[in-house]
Design a binder for this molecule. Structure first.
Ligand SMILES: *[C@@H]1O[C@H](CO)[C@@H](O)[C@H](O)[C@H]1NC(C)=O
Ligand SMILES: *[C@@H]1O[C@H](CO)[C@@H](O)[C@H](O)[C@H]1NC(C)=O
Ligand SMILES: *[C@@H]1O[C@H](CO)[C@@H](O)[C@H](O)[C@H]1NC(C)=O
Ligand SMILES: *[C@@H]1O[C@H](CO)[C@@H](O)[C@H](O)[C@H]1NC(C)=O
Length: 351
């Protein structure tokens, strides 16, 4: 742990020794969490204190720059940096060493480490989301965020400022519907939990000798990158990046549009629809070839579309106990319903 006066780079390299062979040994520092993102310590008087009631106080000569309060009073508070990277306050007398009264994992910065949660705790109202650094040498909150949107049914989204930038889609039981690359893999296992108490995405390494992290980075052209440590080259490899391509841009093609990389233009209309705007400017979406008359059930019906990201859940309705047939019937009888799908594709589909 280090109290930073000001951070000069995301990755600081420092020579810490030399082998007899002459090979130099370097220490690579990577900042995964910063307590005082907004208030830099501007002299060398920084101190971090834990007092007898378990409050953390980071201060400099001119006053407190950051503090943290324990969730409940404890007797013998200790501050500990766990191997996971979690900085925790707990009661030394508590036999359960994972019973924290405060933890840095609850207040993510720009990095999601294994075991951290991205989402919401509904009981306390705590939101855990990632916010990028302003630049490589300024950890204050930047423009790019990654969070779980709980507007109706949870969905993974990224914002650039106040503008929605990327939509991962709702969880479909296996992955976020718009993230086909999120598959079982040898590096990590992932999990999405959604119940009355909380909603979160998390991942854990399958082999603790491996290392991986997810970072939101705005100096990299606004991306969210998953890195994996390459022990052969001793460097971080990019494992996956979002947005993946032009089609990942939020609402690029507008309503009833379908973005297909490799098509020209990339914005196409769904079957039965035609471009609303002119030929090249397809961002206005598409309109029906024939006006839709909901009352006329003889001349209308549903078409099946495959390999599409599910529409935005803010405008959908979910009942996890319905099957697809019941859902179709419900949609058919309601003129404000225009499409239906399984919310969970596991085991033949449900919801
Ligand atoms: C510990 O620090 C907190 C925050 O500054 C303060 O409210 C609390 O009274 C302190 N406790 C003691 C025992 O000094
Ligand atoms: C875990 O990773 C280490 C280092 O890459 C490797 O030596 C070891 O065999 C792996 N263990 C398992 C169970 O795969
Ligand atoms: C962000 O991207 C820049 C440019 O690729 C890179 O130099 C920097 O290390 C990245 N930051 C993090 C925290 O990975
Ligand atoms: C039809 O669907 C809309 C949108 O989900 C909903 O608000 C409305 O209550 C539904 N109407 C009926 C009769 O179920």
């Amino acid at each position: 742990m280090e109290i930073l006066k000001w951070v000069s780079s995301v990755q600081v390299v420092q020579q810490i020794g030399t082998w007899e062979s002459g090979t130099r040994i370097y220490l690579l520092k990577l900042f995964v969490w910063v307590a005082n993102r907004q208030n830099p310590i501007n002299d060398s008087s920084g101190t971090l204190m834990i007092n007898s009631t378990g409050h953390l106080v980071l201060s400099q000569k001119s006053g407190v720059v950051w503090s943290a309060n324990p969730a409940r009073p404890i007797q013998t508070p200790i501050l500990q940096l766990r191997d996971s990277g979690n900085l925790v306050v707990r009661d030394d007398k508590d036999e359960n060493s994972e019973n924290y009264v405060w933890q840095s994992f609850d207040y993510p910065c720009d990095t999601l480490l294994p075991g951290m949660k991205l989402g919401w705790d509904f009981k306390t109202g705590l939101q855990r989301r990632l916010v990028s650094w302003k630049s490589s040498d300024d950890p204050s909150p930047g423009d790019l965020t990654w969070e779980i949107d709980i507007n109706n049914y949870p969905e993974s989204v990224m914002f650039r400022g106040s503008e929605k930038y990327y939509r991962g889609g709702p969880w479909n039981g296996l992955r976020f519907s718009g993230a086909p690359e999120l598959k079982p893999n040898p590096l990590f296992k992932f999990e999405f939990v959604f119940n009355e108490d909380e909603v979160y995405y998390t991942y854990n390494l399958l082999n603790n000798s491996e290392k991986s992290r997810i970072v939101v980075n705005q100096t990299n052209g606004y991306t969210r990158d998953r890195y994996a440590w390459n022990s052969v080259t001793q460097s971080w490899d990019v494992f996956a990046t979002v947005p993946r391509d032009k089609c990942d841009k939020y609402a690029l093609c507008g309503a009833y549009g379908n973005c297909i990389i490799g098509e020209s233009p990339v914005c196409q209309c769904l079957e039965g629809f035609k471009p609303k705007g002119n030929l090249m400017d397809r961002s206005h979406g598409c309109i029906r070839n024939k006006p839709f008359n909901c009352q006329d059930k003889d001349s209308s019906g549903f078409l099946k579309f495959r390999s599409l990201k599910l529409p935005e859940t803010a405008y959908s309705w979910v009942n996890e106990s319905l099957n697809l047939k019941e859902c179709k019937a419900k949609c058919w009888s309601n003129c404000s319903c225009t499409a239906y799908a399984n919310s969970n594709i596991r085991g033949g589909g449900s919801g």
